[in-house]
Design a protein around this ligand. Structure first.
Ligand code: TXA
Ligand code: MG
Length: 353
């Protein structure tokens, strides 16, 4: 990665092409947010449903204000968290500023736009050099596991189709928090949890912010026997190829492997566990065809490793990936937010397809 790579990437973007770039969360699939054709290319490359809007990446508040209507609350959030892993959904600006603002395709046809300034030197260099807003959905095929390494992007897209800027591993590892500031006078709501939690947003706004999760604030439910309850309520996303199941404790692996389907096939089951005693516990169960991938014990490190470990598990070609449910709360509100964002991704990875 050097200056010449940025110059080539900007040329590609100006020609309406696609450039994958690193951010602090995951790699994004960049294209000119003002170009209908470039944005259409992103949807086609990802196989993404056209009603799912894209996040627009900006270098900072100045460009954000040309694309969206930011009130005092929105500005306070940008001051506190930008550049950083927070996408703010605001009403779109009416046609002013940058050549008519972002295209309708970016917004999924809606009246709002999600804006974010990424905290990564390569992403910011690209944005400043390009001088315009870039869409940046995660650089994976729709529904798949998000990329945290340039190699992950290159597995999904041909280099002729997508020019990839290699900025090493993404630190945060899971996608940005998406917050919607609500109707006028209404409450802000987290639409997608990330490492910045509702409590942290609320502390800046001086008001309660609704968390994500199911209506009524029930959050993600884990049911009887530790197997995820009603996964059909959740759209499948962030999903590996192999079937993925979340269990409350490792004894649950016994039941799953005992299930006819897995036992008869004589295949492999990969277990992802954060437990320090996972190896001993699995040894005690004495099961055939079970391999352990150890996950970090600490929340931020777990988030950073999650997608790469899921891909590693998938690459072994297992019949199932069993994830030992991580803690639902930490010692601080910040840590709890990270565990909840992780559980959101695990719930989607294990949702029915
Ligand atoms: O961390 C991230 O946000 C990464 C990196 C590359 O920046 N990008 C990312 O983009 O995750 P994507 O497209 O994979 O996810 C965008 C999410 C989707 O859940 C989408 O529905 C939501 O943001 N979104 C985008 N625009 C929206 C809008 N106007 N209103 C509500 N939700 C919106
Ligand atoms: Mg995505």
């Amino acid at each position: 990665m050097n200056h010449q790579d940025i110059v080539r990437a900007v040329e590609r973007l100006k020609a309406g092409g696609l450039v994958a770039f690193p951010t602090e969360t995951v790699y994004g699939l960049g294209a000119d947010a003002r170009s209908e054709a470039a944005v259409a290319r992103v949807f086609a490359a990802k196989g993404r449903p056209s009603n799912n809007p894209l996040i627009v990446h900006v270098p900072g508040l100045l460009m954000a204000e040309q694309l969206g209507v930011l009130d005092d609350r929105a500005r306070a959030l940008t001051r506190a968290f930008w550049p950083g892993p927070l996408s703010i959904v605001v009403p779109r600006a009416a046609g002013s500023g940058l050549a008519g603002g972002v295209t309708g395709g970016v917004r999924g046809g809606g009246a709002t736009v999600a804006l974010r300034s990424p905290d990564h030197p390569v992403a910011l260099a690209l944005l400043f050099s390009f001088g315009g807003p870039l869409v940046g959905p995660s650089a994976n095929k729709s529904g798949g596991v998000s990329p945290t390494l340039a190699a992950h992007v290159r597995e999904a897209f041909d280099e002729r189709e997508v020019l990839t800027l290699d900025g090493g591993a993404c630190a945060a590892g899971i996608e940005s928090t998406v917050v919607w500031l609500g109707e006028a006078g209404g409450r802000a709501r987290v639409l997608r949890p990330g490492v910045i939690g509702a409590a942290a947003l609320g502390a800046v706004l001086g008001e309660e912010v609704d968390g994500p999760g199911l209506p009524g604030g029930a959050g993600v439910g884990v049911g009887v026997g530790g197997v995820l309850l009603s996964p059909g309520l959740l759209a499948s996303h962030y999903a590996p190829r192999a079937r993925c199941v979340v269990v409350e404790d490792l004894a649950g692996v016994d039941d799953l492997v005992g299930m006819e389907e897995l036992a008869g096939a004589g295949g492999l089951v990969v277990v992802l566990s954060h437990s320090l005693v996972a190896e001993d516990e699995l040894a005690r169960l004495d099961l055939e065809g079970v391999e352990l991938i150890e996950m970090p014990h600490e929340a931020w490190a777990y988030a950073g490793a999650l997608y790469a470990r899921l891909r590693e598990a998938d690459a072994r070609g297992p019949l199932a990936i069993v994830v030992h449910r991580p803690p639902s709360a930490g010692e601080t509100a910040e840590e709890t937010a990270v565990w909840q964002a992780i559980m959101d991704r695990l719930a989607r990875a294990s949702a029915a397809r």
